[in-house]
Design a protein around this ligand. Structure first.
Ligand code: CP
Length: 317
């Protein structure tokens, strides 16, 4: 899965199903009963694996969990394509995280069941982006209007480099679906040009005013939303980038501004923000269960209910 597969109506529809589950409770009758999800994580995770597993179990499905790829045949030299072939016989959907950007494609080549990308190296983390936009649209539902008034549009400031940070990359891909709600996007990065060509083209074609800076401290005070990340996955762990500034309760954020972070955090996000109204990052992580439930229902569950919820929003006046 690439965020390119998530158009605006799909994102809004999934958010609507997630919100219905969060507000009204889960659909009756254990809609995923009899379905098995395989979570195949070849790289460390706290939130993504557990929230997917929580989502499956809460909807009545079963989980086969691979929390560490080293316990698979990879340890004996088995290829991802062969492992993908095996998944086909054991589950109904597979959720894959891997440090190699080509991994998900390799598994897709042989897997005969749907494959969900749960983070492929530096490339993408599409379901994180869904969780991000679910949190943002709950914070400001008016951002979903396709005629969001000019005075309501937000300045989105991103600390991080989309070309190396998968969560930032996917978040910005989905930002292109909400250009009408954005006054400007400012990216603070240590790279002179942190965009891949296709992301830049996507944002520009959405009419978004893009600004780059190498001085993150200079843009904190003008942010309505500050999206931060510093972790870059590498083969045997991670490195940090773009962590030159620590954002804290005394960084001069606007009173109504919110801070988002896919977590895990490093020194860039001070714990003294946790108990302030700026903290959207814990809600972002908690809401991920609901949006992942919505996605799993769309793939394995009641397509009609999900399709009707996916009808475009039309404002009545
Ligand atoms: N946000 C995120 O991907 O966290 P994990 O690495 O803990 O899954």
């Amino acid at each position: 899965m690439h965020p390119d597969q998530l158009n605006r109506d799909t994102v809004l529809g999934l958010c609507r199903v997630a919100a219905m589950i969060e507000a009204n409770g889960r659909p009756r009758g254990r809609p995923l009963a009899g379905s098995i999800a395989i979570t195949a994580f070849f790289e460390a995770s706290t939130r993504t694996r557990l929230s997917f597993e929580s989502a499956v179990v809460r909807l009545g499905g079963g989980v086969l969990s691979v929390p560490d790829g080293k316990v698979t045949g990879v340890a004996k030299g088995e290829s991802l394509a062969d492992i993908g072939e095996m998944f086909t016989g054991y589950g109904d959907v597979v959720i894959v995280r891997h440090p190699d950007p080509t991994s998900v494609e390799e598994i897709c080549e042989s897997a005969g069941i749907p494959v969900i990308n749960a983070g492929n190296g530096t490339a993408h983390h599409p379901t994180q982006a869904l969780a991000d936009w679910y949190a943002l649209l709950k914070w400001r539902p008016d951002l979903a209007l396709d005629d969001c008034p000019e005075e309501s549009r937000i300045h989105l400031v991103v600390f991080g480099s989309p070309s190396t940070m998968r969560a930032v990359n996917s978040f910005l891909w989905l930002a292109s679906r909400f250009g009408s709600a954005l006054r400007r996007i400012t990216v603070a990065s240590l790279f002179a040009d942190p965009f891949d060509d296709d992301l830049r083209a996507e944002l520009e074609s959405a009419g978004i005013d893009l600004e780059l800076t190498d001085d993150p401290a200079s843009v904190v005070a003008d942010a309505d939303v500050l999206y931060m990340n510093a972790i870059v996955p590498v083969a045997d762990g991670f490195v940090t980038q773009d962590d030159a500034v620590t954002v804290s309760a005394s960084s001069g954020l606007r009173p109504g501004a919110v801070v988002m972070h896919p977590l895990a955090r490093g020194a860039e996000l001070d714990e003294d923000l946790d108990d302030t109204a700026h903290n959207l990052y814990f809600a972002q992580a908690a809401g991920a269960v609901f949006i992942r439930e919505a996605l799993l229902l769309g793939i394995l569950g009641d397509h009609e209910a999900v399709a009707s919820a996916c009808a475009p929003i039309r404002r009545t006046t």
